[in-house]
Ligand binder design. Structure first.
Ligand code: ATP
Length: 489
């Protein structure tokens, strides 16, 4: 059984062994911080996506979805501030040539101090680091690294460059024409999906006849050239975001920010995860576009970390797009302002954003569901690994298993699958003992297994085995469809 400290490693191995997540381009030794989702991983990912999409669009009359292109006009990223501001301070070790994110380097050193029992120094160090990061004071950050004699963990030397900014956007060239000025053809892979929503704000508002307050949701890939990518799919260079920009009247941002904080936490808890596993973390250093921001953090095996950000983005993005594109990004609000007795009139809307990483939500779901259970009895030692997914998210909902491969039992099993497969994903398996087949279904998190046996031929009943309790009972074949449908709705 895995102890807490190696639980995360066990989860990563399980993900690979059971077809959830593979290292990207593995036959070529992998591509760092890039992962491929396997047969069950892609199902789980799709279910998380669908659950988010349904909750954010279908359950809110005033939110619609779009699917914007990954490539955007390069000016987008000047207007959004990403060309100038989407940076992380980094430092290189001159001997090993290894590049570090400054905050990660200092945090790593503080963790060592903490592990050695020196809580006071670790706390002081982190406080100083946060203050210098907030002030973009690179000279003091470098001094902090030098004064503490923080070493590179490869070369073991303190031979550091100065602290510099490193832009996290990937760039590439667009089209076949060559230009004397390479910058002319340069395009970026989007580092967030939000800008695809902002540039389409008026298209959607006008064609959808949307009235403020309203939201635009989007799920899509984003790319960041993370300096240090670590913790499996927690920090990747290519990942997916599920974002919603909510357009509101200026001055109401505080109220909507609180609304979305509460609403998003409810979404997380609706998946059956207990409140102690979550917490809010308010940002001290606000991004260039925000007037309030917080993260929803989850208690991963490596500590509380961000899964979702909720940001009050003011009118920063629309205002800048208006300025750079010279197109009006305004809304005419004909509702009467009680204070003046006149319509609110024309304004650039403010925005509250909810932004969750699909891959982080995937990791959260796996970490939350992964259980190693000791099933030993007086007679024998036994254990199982089970993924206790919410049935809504489980990649496979139902396994149908004929007890033997003959006497018409496979045919009955196939008929059950034919009746259910239009409604949810089913799995058929006839190899190995029923016990082994149950364990394989536990390992991919299938909530229900049906066994077809000789009694089925006599009375049209089957054995249903529940993944979490492992209890078994006989039910009529006719009840299977509705039982599973009720569990996944
Ligand atoms: P972090 O501080 O962890 O780098 P961030 O604050 O930069 O994240 P946002 O820009 O707010 O993240 O992005 C919204 C969400 O997108 C995050 O809450 C996270 O779930 C996800 N996300 C951001 N960067 C990555 C990444 N490199 N890999 C996977 N998911 C990511």
């Amino acid at each position: 059984m895995a102890t807490d400290s190696n639980k995360f490693q066990a989860i990563i191995s399980h993900c690979k062994e059971y077809g959830f997540v593979f290292p990207g381009s593995e036959i070529y030794e992998g591509q760092q911080a890039v992962y491929d989702y396997g047969q069950w991983g892609s199902e789980l990912k799709k279910n998380i996506k669908d659950y988010w999409w349904e909750s954010m669009t279908r359950m809110h009359e005033n939110i619609v979805g779009i699917d914007a292109a990954i490539f955007m006009h390069p000016t987008t990223w000047k207007a959004s501030g990403h060309v100038d501001n989407f940076n992380d301070p980094m430092i290189d070790n001159k001997d090993s040539k290894k590049r570090y994110r400054v905050d990660h380097l200092i945090e790593g050193f503080a963790e060592e101090k903490l592990a050695a029992g020196d809580e006071i120094s670790a706390k002081k160090l982190l406080e100083a680091m946060n203050a210098f990061l907030a002030a973009d004071n690179f000279t003091e950050l470098k001094k902090l690294i030098d004064d503490n004699k923080i070493k590179c963990n490869i070369s073991k030397t303190c031979n550091w460059t100065d602290v510099r900014q490193f832009n996290l956007m990937f760039s590439t060239e667009f089209g076949a024409t060559t230009s004397a000025n390479e910058e002319d053809n340069k395009v970026y892979l989007r580092p967030e999906t939000a800008q695809g929503i902002f540039v389409n704000f008026l298209n959607v508002q006008k064609t959808g006849r949307m009235k403020i307050p309203f939201g635009i949701a989007q799920i899509g890939k984003a790319f960041r050239n993370e300096i240090v990518a670590r913790q499996f799919i927690f920090r990747m260079r290519e990942f997916e975001q599920m974002e919603m920009q909510f357009f509101i009247r200026p001055g109401t941002q505080k109220q909507w920010y609180e609304f979305w904080k509460e609403e998003r936490m409810k979404w997380h808890l609706s998946l059956g995860i207990t409140e102690e596993k979550y917490r809010f973390h308010d940002h001290i250093k606000l991004a260039h576009y925000a007037d309030a921001a917080c993260d929803i953090e989850y208690d991963f095996p490596f500590g509380f970390k961000e899964v979702e950000g909720i940001h009050s983005r003011t009118n920063f993005d629309l205002k800048n797009h208006q300025e750079f594109s010279k197109k009006k990004m305004q809304y005419f609000d004909n509702e009467i302002d009680e204070a003046t007795g006149k319509p609110f009139g024309n304004y650039i809307p403010f925005v509250v954003e909810t932004s969750i990483g699909l891959d982080r939500m995937f990791l959260l779901t796996i970490c939350q569901s992964y259980k190693e259970e000791d099933l030993s009895s007086a007679e024998k030692q036994d254990s199982r690994v089970v993924l206790k997914f919410s049935p809504k998210l489980a990649p496979m909902k139902l396994a149908v298993l004929p007890l033997v491969k003959k006497d018409g039992l496979p045919e009955i099993a196939r008929k059950i699958i034919d009746e259910c497969k239009a409604s949810f994903r089913c799995f058929y398996e006839e190899k190995d003992t029923i016990g082994k087949r149950y364990r394989r279904m536990d390992a991919i998190g299938t909530p229900f297994c049906i066994t077809v046996d000789y009694q089925t031929k006599e009375d049209n009943t089957v054995t249903i085995r529940y993944r979490d309790s492992m209890l078994q009972e006989r039910i009529p074949i006719n009840n299977i469809l509705s039982l599973v449908q009720n569990a996944i709705k």
